[in-house]
Design a binder for this molecule. Structure first.
Ligand SMILES: [Zn+2]
Ligand SMILES: [Zn+2]
Ligand SMILES: [Zn+2]
Length: 347
């Protein structure tokens, strides 16, 4: 068929082989980057660990897609980037949609893999994959030494996705096809989950403001970006509480030993998640709280996540407009109605 010559050839078994090799190399890099320098450790391997692991997972996804159809030529149409479909006049004042050009020599990207998965009912946790992709892209721009903790997080989060995918979609035992790499990932994941749980428990006694708890989970070590942060024992021994002593209360990173203030880190995590671009005409969602002076007052929630302060007046009694901290002195009116009211009193 004429069409077949337009599609590059595809070897599904090769895809699978490359996927497994890439994952094994990634785990090797991962191990090397965490080891001490005098034991052959090499922090510069952090980035190649992420690159290899992520590439391996995508290759495995493509292999799965390729094996959903029997004809290798069909498989190729699913794996290579398809030509663009564009409208053309059919010569009778109608329209025809036709593919323009050939299949590209490059294989499908993450977004297209997702579309193929949907088309063939293949399930995977895309939230995790997208998060890993974000992490991968972000690590490309950092110095490797600042990424060791984040790499460890990455591998731990990747593990369950990979495990489920290999078991349910490829229907193979992961320990068999990934051999030693599998054992390393398994142990690391177990260590990570256990440690992460210990950290969570330890913060229970540290007086973290209730509203800020979700943002504690988002905090990363300023030195290595690990999420494995413990409250510092010194702070606990002194009886300090994050809520009242945020200028003193410290965290200790379990991945690299670095310590720092936890309060500002939580506030930063909250503000980063509510980032806005004034050039797009966007308004800030978080501002300084008039009660406790932390940058934790969430405007649309009309409440402070740090001290739980709420507004006396939440909406204008004339027009129902939502009120902010600035409007409180107007006794329940928005600035416009406060002004007209005042003007009417004067006249
Ligand atoms: Zn660290
Ligand atoms: Zn407050
Ligand atoms: Zn009003």
């Amino acid at each position: 068929m004429a069409q077949q010559r337009l599609i590059p050839e595809l070897d599904a078994e090769k895809l699978r082989e490359n996927a497994l090799t890439s994952i094994r190399l990634g785990v090797e890099d991962f191990e090397r980057c965490l080891r001490q320098p005098d034991e052959g450790g090499d922090p510069a391997r952090a980035l190649s660990a992420i690159r290899n692991l992520f590439a391996g997972v995508l290759l495995l996804f493509k292999y799965k897609i390729a094996t959903c159809v029997d004809d290798p030529a069909d498989a190729a149409t699913l794996i290579f980037m398809p030509p663009e479909v564009l409208p053309q006049s059919d010569g009778a004042r109608g329209v025809e949609w036709l593919p323009v050009g050939k299949f590209k020599p490059t294989t499908i990207d993450v977004a297209t893999i997702q579309k193929r998965f949907e088309a063939f009912d293949i399930e995977v946790d895309w939230d995790v994959i997208n998060k890993l992709q974000k992490c991968r892209n972000h690590l490309e721009h950092l110095h490797p030494a600042n990424t060791l903790g984040e790499v460890a997080d990455f591998v731990a989060e990747l593990f369950p996705v990979l495990r489920d995918f290999i078991q349910t979609q490829l229907q193979e035992p992961p320990a068999e096809i990934l051999a030693e790499a599998w054992q390393i990932m398994l142990l690391h994941h177990k260590f990570f989950v256990d440690t992460s749980r210990q950290c969570k428990l330890a913060w229970n006694d540290a007086g973290v403001p209730k509203g800020m708890e979700p943002w504690l989970d988002e905090c990363q070590c300023e030195e290595c970006a690990s999420s494995l942060l413990m409250p510092s024992q010194d702070s606990l021994d002194l009886g300090e509480l994050v809520e009242h002593n945020d200028d003193r209360f410290r965290y200790a990173c379990l991945a690299c030993g670095h310590g720092g203030l936890i309060g500002p880190l939580m506030v930063e995590a909250l503000n980063k998640a509510h980032d806005y671009d004034p050039r797009d005409g966007e308004e800030p969602c978080v501002e300084n709280c008039y009660q406790c002076d932390h940058g934790t007052f969430v405007i649309y929630e009309q409440a402070c996540l740090w001290c739980a302060a709420e507004l006396d007046y939440t909406e204008c009694s004339m027009c129902d407009e939502a009120l902010g901290q600035d409007d409180q002195e107007n006794g329940g009116l928005c600035s416009y109605h406060a002004y007209t009211f005042e003007k009417a009193m004067r006249d």
